[in-house]
Design a protein around this ligand. Structure first.
Ligand SMILES: N[C@@H](CCC(=O)N[C@@H](CS)C(=O)NCC(=O)O)C(=O)O
Length: 296
């Protein structure tokens, strides 16, 4: 391994806003709003503020799956939050999610409007509210939650670790890429072994665990996330590949993956979603290649 790095951490870290590489414009060591900006509000009970990164797709897939079951109470407005331009630091967004990350949900279906942030919390909230995609049997429920929380703990190594150093960092650092590739391949192997004996992640039922894991790990397997499938030898994880394709073939998943997307092939983009008919009436033609995933 080469070790030409001569950086010595100083006694006290100083914020050099020029040093952040691709996300220098938005990364800051301080939380909170940078500017006043109210969020738009549509007509439905559920107002989603998001972007079609893997974390965002989890929630739009959940809504589309609920709607596909005929649950019209799950109608939602999905607003485009451009994290590359710092929309997540607008005052309205920060009120909804003090952590300034998409996805963030405003649930106005009850007596008191409720803010819900963190994709795992949103999935759990919607599953419990509508009684779908989270088994009620205690054993199956716990197994589903095991994998839901597995994703929350594991994906930061994939996104913030592997993805950041493999794809985004301004320098390629062998130590970092090795460390996080090792962990990513271990995680792929965990999923592959789980899926050897289970149709879905948590067993025989399609659940919020699949919805949480597919956008990240299915994305890597299908070479959509970080274009690293060859590097990681994704094809060797045959059970995970089977599941990736199976989940990706679901119509609701395909619709969910389009919502709040403004990059990639035009036919896969739907910048905002306010009605089921929006999928047919797409008129956007503006690509915004910068509005991608920060990984974390
Ligand atoms: N643990 C969070 C992660 C959310 C997250 O990292 N969102 C990213 C996009 S994928 C984001 O909004 N980044 C903006 C930023 O870091 O400023 C969740 O699961 O909701």
């Amino acid at each position: 391994m080469s070790s030409e790095n001569e950086y010595e951490p100083p006694k006290i870290w100083q914020w050099n806003s020029e040093s952040g590489g691709r996300f220098a414009k938005i990364n800051r060591p301080i939380s909170g709003a940078t500017h006043e900006k109210e969020l738009p509000v549509g007509e439905h009970a559920f107002q989603l503020y998001s972007l079609a990164t893997p974390n965002g797709v989890k929630i739009t897939v959940m809504f589309e799956e609920l709607l596909a079951l005929g649950i019209s109470e799950a109608e939602y407005d999905a607003w485009f939050i451009n994290i590359g331009e710092g929309d997540q630091f607008g005052s309205g967004f920060v009120e909804l999610n003090p952590n300034s990350k998409i996805p963030a949900l405003l649930d106005r279906s009850g007596e008191t409007p409720l803010r819900v942030f963190e994709s795992g919390s949103i999935l759990l909230h919607l599953a419990e509210k509508f009684g779908h995609f989270l088994p009620s049997d205690p054993v199956k429920r716990t197994e589903t939650l095991n994998w839901l929380f597995w994703q929350m703990g594991s994906a930061p190594y994939l996104g913030g670790g592997f993805g950041h150093f493999y794809s985004y960092a301004p320098v390629k650092i062998e130590y970092c890429i090795d460390r996080f590739t090792m962990e990513t391949k271990r995680q792929l192997d965990v999923l592959d072994k789980q899926l050897a004996n289970n149709e879905y992640i948590a067993g025989e039922d399609y659940s919020i665990a699949d919805m949480a894991i597919w956008p990240w790990y299915g994305g890597v397997m299908a070479n959509r996330v970080y274009e690293a499938a060859e590097f990681l030898q994704a094809h060797e994880y045959t059970n995970l590949m089977r599941w990736t394709e199976q989940i990706g073939a679901r119509a609701a998943v395909q619709r969910g993956a389009m919502v709040n997307r403004a990059w990639g092939p035009l036919e896969n983009q739907l910048r905002e979603r306010h009605d089921a008919s929006d999928f047919e009436l797409r008129t956007q033609d503006k690509l915004e290649p910068d509005a991608e995933d920060t990984g974390i």
